[in-house]
Design a protein around this ligand. Sequence first.
Ligand SMILES: [Zn+2]
Length: 274
Amino acid sequence: MPELPEVETIAADLRPHLVGRTIIRCDLRFPTIVRHPEPETFIDAIVGMRVTSVGRRGKYILIRLVEELVLVVHLGMSGHLRLVDPATPLVAHTHAVFDLDDGSQLRYTDPRRFGRLLLGTESDLLVARAMPPLGPEPIDPGFGADDLYQRFRNRKARLKAVLLDQSTIAGVGNIYADESLYRARLRPDRIAGSLSRSSVRRLHEALRVSLLLAIKNRGSSVDTYRDAWGEVGSQQEKLQVYGRAGEPCFTCGRPLSLVRIAGRSSVFCRRCQR
Ligand SMILES: [Zn+2]
C-alpha cells in the first residue's frame, strides 16, 4: 500500500502540471469508486473547477480546487493516479477520467478497488466521516520528539500498532513502521507507553530519516506502486528489514524475525532491537 513517501512523490509530480488547470469533463467508469458525495453530484460539482494546489495529508492526495473544494484521492492497496495524453489507450480498471483544459487527462486506475475518491470542503468530509481525523505529519518540522512522547504516553497498545494508527501520526504504514523501528533499535511488540523519552527521541528521528530518505528515492515499489508517470521508485532496494524475514540483519548478521501484530506482519532483529 502506498504510504507517506509514495503519496508525497505522486503529489509533487502532479503539482506543476495540475495547478491552474480546469477540469472540463469527468467520466466515472466505475462510479462507486467515489465514496462522497453521490457520483452524479460529484461530476456536477467538479466539472468547471480550477485546481489551486496539490498537496498531501497522511496517505491522502489533496487536489484543492476553487471554492474551498478538495478532490481527495486515497490509493488504497493498488490505486494509481496518472497524468497522460488522451491518446494513451485506457488500461483495465480505469475507474475515473478527468479531462483538463490543456488537453491532458488525469486517470485513476485501481484493480483491487480499495481506493476511493472524495469531493467536498475539508470540514464537509470530516463531518460526513468520509475522511477520518488524522494525527500530525511525522516529517513536519513543527512536530517534535516531545509531541510524539505525549502521544505514546499511557498507550497500552504495541508500538507497531500505534505507529499504524493514523489518528496518532499520519502516513506511516507497514513498510516505514518496520524500517523506523529497526533504525531506532526498538522491538515492534514493545508497549508504546513504556518507552523512555530517549527511546521516543530515537524513534522520532528514525521516522523522519526513513520517510525523507524514501521521498528522496521516489518511494518503494514493493507491490504495485508507481509514480504519476507509471515509473517505479527505488527505495525498495534500500529497505533494511521490510520484506526480508529470515534474511540476515544488515547490522549483526542474524536472521530477521517475523511476528504478527495488529493483524500485520512485522520484521525485526531480535538482537538489535530491544
Ligand atoms: Zn541485528
